[in-house]
Design a protein. Structure first.
Length: 484
């Protein structure tokens, strides 16, 4: 008897009468009830069986006409100052150095300026109008100005968490409570992906040169209570793309395939015994990793990119920069990834906001604008939703020569994916403190992202601990006025 046969016998002995009845009634009963409530469920089940390596998505068919096939989220970690990027305030400039009106700040949440005298800090850089639309953008970002007619600038975003980690968690998951699924996981779970040899949700990170770098925890792209196969996978744009993905020295691909097949058989037998969804995830991840060994090296090889594209991105190779990551994001989009998230950590300007913005503008202006231009020239921008922004903004009050965290009004931009270009939406007050016109909550942003992907945010739910959860919790409205 081989070890595999012995293990098979042991697994059969584990299938007791009680577990058989439990699994049978749970499986058949749930299928029968589900088919009565939703006849399309069986069709979805057949789709899973037909292509076991590729998740077809829980939303079948789509709730809404789809405007975007994928999302690229350019996450500017640390909290970009809207007052030096996208939201010019002439009145704040006029009040530079004067006390902030107490009527605005009294009783408001402040991160590190509690008990201090609050003085206005005017915009530290000039703004200019760009494009036929006359979009007003800080002059430190001239290349973004060059694609201004493709941008929808939202100047009235609000969030609920005033410190970095919970604010990132809120922006990613719709709650400050750690352990919920990220929006990338929701998108992959709801829609599946157009590829089976790379993950549907990929994360790339880069760090700037100024040292203003808040840590980013991997739980920001976790799947939470969704099956763990939907968590984001971090790729490196320097060194090995994925840790431990390379075939071990002295082992051929055929030998490794034999190992994967044997492990898969064992896992399937165990799954038949105890019916644990995480075993199915383990099987999928082993098989995915094996396929990635062939697909990822080709994906990360930039030698096929022409010189003018490398120059467009300001990219010299896989050096871990945002430039390289933006180019990889386009390649991942072409390959079929559903949700691509790029973190760039260099925005936490509690001090030196003037020089800090000038420095980071040189890091992000070229690659972010290049991504828009490249997607557009390839005919991909219409079906790719690009979102740029941080976890919150910065205060109009001075913190020395910097700015504190701010959640009551800040700016982001969106492009492509059925979003109107060349428009601005929402306003903050004359000091840039409170979102005053067409206020957009993070839940509204999430609802709009899902809407463009063809998903009704109220209907994409997952039952956990007796409750139906969704990305937008119990609120959120699609921002109809920005839709093309």
């Amino acid at each position: 008897m081989t070890p595999l046969d012995s293990h098979d016998d042991a697994l059969r002995r584990e299938v007791s009468r009680r577990s058989f009845l439990t699994r049978s009634t749970a499986g058949l009963g749930a299928m029968a009830l589900g088919s009565l409530l939703n006849p399309k469920m069986l069709t979805a089940a057949e789709a899973v069986s037909a292509s076991p390596n590729q998740w077809p998505g829980a939303v079948t068919p789509l709730h809404l006409p789809r405007r975007a096939k994928r999302v690229i989220h350019l996450c500017m970690a640390g909290g970009p100052s809207h007052l030096e990027t996208l939201d010019y305030k002439p009145e704040l400039a006029a009040q530079d150095g004067k006390p902030m009106p107490e009527s605005i700040t009294k009783g408001q949440p402040i991160a590190q300026l509690q008990g201090q005298q609050l003085k206005c800090l005017g915009p530290q850089h000039k703004f200019a109008k760009y494009g036929n639309s006359g979009q007003e953008i800080c002059d430190q970002f001239p290349k973004l100005g060059g694609v201004a007619d493709d941008l929808c600038i939202i100047r009235s975003l609000v969030t609920e968490a005033i410190n970095h980690d919970p604010a990132h968690t809120f922006m990613n998951t719709g709650t400050a409570i750690s352990g919920r699924p990220s929006m990338g996981s929701w998108a992959w779970y709801g829609l599946g992906a157009d590829c089976e040899d790379i993950p549907g949700y990929v994360v790339l990170t880069s760090t700037g040169r100024s040292g203003q770098q808040q840590p980013i925890a991997s739980r920001q792209w976790h799947s939470g209570f969704l099956p763990s196969r939907f968590q984001g996978v971090r790729f490196n744009s320097k060194g090995d793309a994925v840790y431990y993905i390379n075939t071990p020295a002295g082992i051929s691909r055929e030998q490794q395939h034999d190992v994967v097949d044997a492990v898969t058989q064992l896992n399937r037998q165990l799954d038949a015994s105890i019916d644990d969804p995480e075993i199915a995830t383990r099987i999928n991840q082993y098989e995915m990793a094996f396929r990635m060994q062939a697909s990822v090296p080709e994906l990360m090889d930039l030698s096929s990119e022409p010189k003018h594209i490398m120059e467009l991105y300001g990219c010299t190779g896989l050096d871990g920069s945002l430039n390289a990551n933006c180019l990889l994001a386009r390649r991942l989009a072409e390959h079929g990834a559903r949700f691509i998230q790029l973190y760039h950590r260099d925005w936490d300007h509690h001090g030196g906001v003037r020089d800090g913005i000038a420095q980071i503008a040189r890091e992000v202006d070229t690659p972010c604008a290049a991504l828009i231009a490249d997607l557009k020239q390839r005919g991909m921008l219409d079906e790719t939703l690009v979102v740029w922004g941080g976890e919150f903004g910065r205060t109009p009050m001075a913190q020395g020569n910097g700015r504190d965290h701010h959640i009551k009004g800040f700016s982001i931009w969106m492009a492509g994916g059925g979003i109107k270009g060349g428009i601005s939406y929402g306003q903050t007050d004359e000091f840039g403190y409170n979102a005053a016109v067409d206020v957009v909550h993070v839940h509204d942003l999430h609802a709009t992202i899902l809407h463009q992907l063809g998903v009704d945010h109220k209907r994409l739910t997952y039952k956990f601990q007796g409750r139906d959860f969704r990305l937008t919790d119990v609120s959120g409205n699609v921002i109809e006025k920005i839709l093309a």
